[in-house]
Design a protein around this ligand. Sequence first.
Ligand SMILES: [Zn+2]
Length: 204
Amino acid sequence: VTTAGAAGDGSDLRIPIGISAHHVHLCRGHVEKLFGIGHQLTPLKQLDQPGQFACRECVDLMGPRGQVKNVRILGPERRRTQVEISRTEEFALGIDAPIRNSGDLDGSPGLTLVGSSGRVEISEGVICAKRHIHMTPADARHFGVDPGEHVLVKASGQGRELIFGDVVVRVSHDYVLEMHLDTDEANAGELFSDSWGQLVRLAK
Ligand SMILES: [Zn+2]
């Protein structure tokens, strides 16, 4: 295993790490059921990926075993409601959510969302996000990877160095280079929002 790039120290293969806490994407109909007819989500903070933003609105998640309170809504609205939680939260809720790419929701479990003006029971849409790297086509050429490819990324946390496998590469002109991990993954590697990962090249 080597992480050496052209510079020899691997610095040209560095990838910023972004940590995604539990969050919810809502469809228009569910925004209105949870927050009132005609309600528009209120942007609170722009996220690193262009066009994505955290909202002022939060919901409580209720599962068969327990609940997770004050879960942030991320905008803009989507065609289908999607709940992204960590394995730890799956245990708290009593739900076994599959590891999925964003938007791949068929056959996933549901739960109940509670907002300030109402509640919604969804029959599916709860996933544990598959770890991934957002990058532009130019980044993909730089790293020598293809869209949809699975790669290894070494993260050097404080005394908890970890190599993540099954990291899917997602390529779009609209993306900014960033590897997204959930809170369980970040905690396992002692990683924070200013941490970096490094693409690992397997010796052929
Ligand atoms: Zn992401």
